[in-house]
Structure formats: structure tokens, C-alpha cells
Design a protein around this ligand. Sequence first.
Ligand SMILES: *Cc1c(COP(=O)(O)O)cnc(C)c1O
Length: 440
Amino acid sequence: MSALEPLRYHSTRSATPTVLISQAIAAGLAPDGGLYVPAALPSIDLAAFDPHGSLADTAATLLAPFFAGDALTDELPAICAEAFTFDAPLRPLPAHPHTLMLELFHGPTSAFKDFGARFLAACLRRLPRDDTRALTILVATSGDTGAAVAAAFHRQPNLRVVILYPDGLVSPRQAHQLGCFGDNVQALRVAGRFDDCQRMVKAALNDTALQADVPLSSANSISLGRLLPQMSYYAHASLNWWREHGTPLNFIVPTGNLGNAMACLWARGMGLPIGDVQLACNANATLPEFFAGAAYQPREAVATIANAMDVGAPSNFERLRWTFPDEAQLRALLHAQSVDDETIRAALLRHAHEHGEVVCPHTATAFALLDRHPASDDRPWAVVATAHPAKFETVLEPLLGQPIAVPSALATMLERSATAKSIPADDERLKRWLRQHADR
Ligand SMILES: *Cc1c(COP(=O)(O)O)cnc(C)c1O
């Protein structure tokens, strides 16, 4: 591995200064407020992958060039083994061998965010810090990120997690998960929307005076420590499909902040056998309108039943633009569609009746896009299943008229008590709170 060229990273807003991956992961956001990107996306020889390897093995091979020259290089296989302790099965639907589900919800908090959060935690645990004060991981969540990060960092020495979520806009079970950890995890319910939470986190991270008093890092999908590992399941699934069928696999990705889809596009850019990538958005149509030819127009999010995708200003858009600087080329390479709540519900019901299984509302958004494909499209499509349906029982149970079985990890969390402190959607209030609660 040491034979690889060191890979340096810079901000989406400037080609200098550059850092190695450890620094990019430790910082979260670049000092100028941009997002870290690699100086060039590495390419990879498919023969480098062990055909019988596990997801963790695929991840270690895939991510090696991203860690080249860095202090964590030799630790990468151990980091992957520690983070990827559960599988991401690619499952054909009964009677539809060319329609598959890539199930990303088998981790401790039942959503795909577990992959990135656990990898980030495994990296941060190993990074030397010259500061003896606790590092506060700030995370804005539209529902699932916060729990995944809390689970990954719970009871980690010298680390603290502060979660911000929009009060009343996450499902009751999501809210319970966010507030049930305690110890080094604090949940703040913000009187606002997800975009307010995200803005408050960015404002705190960008405040150098605050950072001097309270060492801060982020765990949002802007962090490369979360984005990079998410490439692994796309690599693993597409390689397995390609070895068996000799064709690329196409993906429909339920999309909010573009973290999951960005990972898929980077995996494709590295040379993995990934075909078309379609972005399934809910009624928040910032991306679909851009891809239809309009100017990029970030806006306030609207609440939908696929709440983890209620994003009006996708935070990874800057990375997408950096990856494909030519707008016309970008629009030609990707496809995004918006799906309203009624259509999500219809897709959910249809899927339940046709395939006898229940999916979460985010996954249903992707199925709604699949429903729009022409009958002549016989390419293999993998619908990315981003969360377990049991997290969204208040949407699903009235619709389907039946209870949804709860996975055991989720059931354990729901048995604990939960608390969250309320806070206004005000940047300065968060900063003050962080100062008051430093080093706890
Ligand atoms: C976070 C999340 C999404 C959206 O993922 P992005 O990376 O923000 O695009 C979709 N579905 C579920 C269940 C999520 O938790």
C-alpha cells in the first residue's frame, strides 16, 4: 500500500492549501467553508479486488488510494473491519431478477448512516490529538444521521456528540433514538427545520474563536470520513453483479444531502462497473429542477413523509459541482426526479402488494422512479434501501393497516428513556450553549 502516491485534499473553493486524509477527516469542513475533495479522483483496477472478499475487504482495497501517504494507511484494514461488521446484501426481488434491493439498514440504528458514522468513529479514535480537552462532534440530523453518529461514538473516551434535529420533523422513533443515549451524547431539538440545524452547525464550525474554546468537529455528510466509506457498498454490490453477469449495475438512490449518491458517483468515477445513477428526491425539488435545466436554486425544505430527505440546500452539491465542473456534462451524466408524498404512498402500497414486503418511505421514493421506467428498459436496477421500515411506523402502519416488526437493535433503544433539550434556531444560541457545556 505504501507504494501508492500520497493523495492530497483541498477545499472545493480553492486548490490550496492541501492536506492528507487524516487532517481532512479531523477538520470536517475546510477552513474556507468549502468541502474537502481529493486533488484527483483515483482510479482502480478491478483485478485489485478479492473476488471472495467481504464488504470490509472490498472497502479496504477501494479506500487504500484515498489513505495513501497518511498516518492511517496501515490501520485502514482494521478500520474497515471495525466499521463494516454487518452486511449490505444485494437482493433480487422475487420474480423480478433484474430488480434488486441494496439493503443498507442492517446496522445498529437501522439506516445506511451507520456505515459512514462507524467508519468516521474508527478513524477519529485512532487520530492523535495534541489537545487534552474532549472533542465535540457536532451533527445536524434530519433523522437518521444523529442516531448513527451517537451509536458510533457512545462512551468513546474524550469524545462528545451534540446532535441537532428539527423538533417535530423527525419520526417519534427517530426522536427516541436520538435522545436515548445519554453519557457523552446530548440531543438538542431545534425550533426550526433541518436546514436551520445544518446552518447552525456550519456557523459554529466556522467560528475560530469558539473553536479555540471548544474543540469542534463535524460528523455530517460533508465529512469525508463518512462519504468515502459509503463508496464501499456500491463497489461491493456492483463488483459481485458484474462478476456474475458481466454487465454494470444501475442504481436509484434516495437523495437528500447527496452524500449517498455522491459516494456512488465517485465509485463509478474510479472505474467500478456502475451504469446509470438516478437520484430519487421527495417534494424537495432543488436537484430535480437543476437537472431539468434550471439554475441551481437552494431553498427552504418542505416536510414530507420521507423526512430524512427533507433538504432544500443539499450540502454535497458543492462536491458534485467540483466533480463535474461542466454543467452540461453534469446534467447529461445524472438524472433526478421529484416524487410527492401521494406518489410515495402509492409506490409503498404497490410494492407491498406486488412483492409482499414493506419498505421505508425513502426507499419507496426510489421505487416510484423505477415505476416510471419504460417497460422496454430491461437493464438491472438496484434500488437503494436506505432505512428499515420500522423506523417510520407512524407513516407506514396507518397506510398498510398492519404492524411492522421491529429489529432487535432498534427495540433495545426504544426501551431506554430519552431526553432532548429544546433550543431556538439561532446560531449564537448554539455557540453560547456549546461554551456553557464545554468539557462535559
Ligand atoms: C440520510 C438519508 C437519506 C438521504 O441521504 P443523503 O446522503 O443525505 O442524500 C435517504 N434515506 C434515509 C433513510 C436517510 O437516513
